[in-house]
Design a protein around this ligand. Structure first.
Ligand code: GCO
Length: 455
């Protein structure tokens, strides 16, 4: 099989806080990332999302570049505090108007909008009110926010994603201080409290699904986006494949996020390992969490090698050596088979063979620099992209219901605690002038889309 299916989604992805800027414009309220990035020492170089890529003021130019790239789908996120400055209650219609302008431009260019309702920039007002994800209130407020957005944009947007990467704003937002953490960067006193934030995020996802489907004026497509751990058999033989299957459901993070979201139960081994630190679960919670999904968004960058082992778990995860090939991020190890095995194990290990999967993010940071003629010849990104797309094609050829691919990212942007020091874009952004310069990988991806093959 050398081509992707005719109706395969070819897209690119961004997120509100990373590209929009206009942090205090037209009634937008502060998010925890505004607070976090303005706290000295939290973000590399003291960078903030105050301006970012100034996407808020450059919609026509940016959607024009999307059309030039040739994508048929665009994934963006909606800023909760831009729509609800206090996190609940009053809706800021000028904030909603920005997303109306964006969506109308996309539709005019024949590009399908895919909206993520939560991509980490939660309202500071709710952090102040009850500590955000530490409270069950957050799940209810999230559902109210979803209703407000879908009630206003549901006539134009039919592809919704509830929440992006639960682990990042819970474990990394409330559980670490030494790594580049995520906002709000609070270290909770116990693992149980930390896991309770994960449970509240799962509840928010479930209530958000219900709210979207209740309010949408048209039939719509609802997904969860997760960067679940992809386990790759070190040798693709039955014993190691079985080891990867065991790890997929047995390891803690998948067992406490993807597994409950898709099956309605926390992974047995994960719960056993958690013991008294397991989250408090109220009657009905698990049914709320495991809402039927139209698809699963899979954010894949790297993975883990696994081999069969003579131990009680039957497998061992192999640490990557220091000199293992990686891109321009310490965690971004080159492991294209993670895309194939991650997509396959959803069906194999979770017995969800019919659940459509789309790659909601895949891409890499490279040390992009403008050459003498001003061009950016980012060959490393092409190497990376080709390798992962070949893995995607293998999944499709094997009958795995992989329905689309969104490249991360359309343009260079604010890379969270790394600030602007890391470039993931197909388009280079000159932050001093705001100029956009398509990279060599932009032309490569344009040809992939046009030929529907890996070229
Ligand atoms: C994520 C986030 C993106 C990141 C990208 C590179 O998946 O971590 O969704 O916002 O910028 O993945 O780290």
């Amino acid at each position: 099989m050398s081509s992707f299916p005719r109706n395969f989604w070819w897209g690119a992805a961004t997120a509100a806080y990373q590209v929009e800027g206009a942090a205090a414009e037209d009634g937008r309220g502060p998010s925890v990332w505004d607070t976090f990035s303005r706290t000295p020492g939290r973000v590399m170089g003291g960078d903030t999302g105050d301006i970012a890529c100034d996407h808020y003021h450059r919609l026509e130019e940016d959607v024009g570049l999307m059309a030039e790239l040739g994508i048929g789908h665009y994934r963006f996120s909606i800023s909760w505090p831009r729509v609800m400055p206090d996190g609940r209650g009053a809706v800021n219609e000028r904030g909603v108007d920005f997303y109306r302008r964006l969506v109308d431009l996309l539709l005019r260019h024949g590009i399908v909008p895919h909206a993520t309702l939560f991509h980490w920039d939660s309202p500071q007002a709710l952090e102040d009110r009850y500590g955000s994800w530490r409270s069950r209130e957050m799940a209810k407020d999230f559902a109210e926010y979803c209703s407000a957005v879908v009630g206003r944009l549901g006539d134009r947007v039919t592809h919704w994603m509830t929440i992006n990467e639960i682990r990042c704003f819970t474990h990394m937002g409330y559980g670490v201080n030494e790594l580049p953490p995520h906002a709000p960067g609070t270290v909770l006193p116990s693992r149980k409290e930390l896991l309770q934030t994960v449970h509240h995020a799962l509840l928010a996802h479930g209530l958000g699904c219900q709210a979207i489907r209740a309010v949408s004026p048209a039939p719509c497509h609802v997904s969860l986006v997760d960067n679940f751990d992809a386990y790759v058999p070190v040798i693709e033989t039955p014993e190691h494949i079985d080891a990867a299957r065991r790890a997929f459901v047995g390891e803690h993070l998948n067992g406490c996020i993807l597994v409950p979201a898709l099956t309605g139960s926390y992974g047995a081994r994960a719960l056993e390992e958690l013991g008294p630190d397991a989250p408090d679960i109220l009657p009905g919670d698990m049914q709320t969490i495991a809402q039927p999904l139209d698809a699963l968004g899979f954010n894949v960058y790297t993975g883990h090698y696994v081999r069969a082992a003579d131990n009680p778990r039957g497998y061992e995860v192999l640490p990557l050596p220091e000199n293992y090939p990686r891109m321009h991020m310490p965690w971004l190890h080159l492991l294209p088979e993670a895309l194939y095995w991650g997509a396959r194990l959803i069906g194999d290990a979770l017995r969800k063979p019919a659940l459509p999967v789309f790659i909601s993010e895949n891409g890499c940071a490279c040390e992009d620099a403008r050459g003498p003629g001003g061009e950016i010849i980012d060959l490393g990104r092409i190497l990376y992209g080709r390798a992962y797309l070949r893995s995607a094609l293998r999944a499709v050829a094997d009958g795995i219901p992989l329905i689309g691919y969104f490249h991360w990212s359309l343009m260079d942007n604010f890379e969270w605690a790394w600030g602007y020091s890391r470039r993931f874009g197909l388009i280079y952004v000159d932050y001093a002038t705001g100029a956009r310069v398509p990279k060599q990988s932009f032309r490569w991806y344009h040809n992939v889309i046009r030929s529907n093959r890996v070229v």
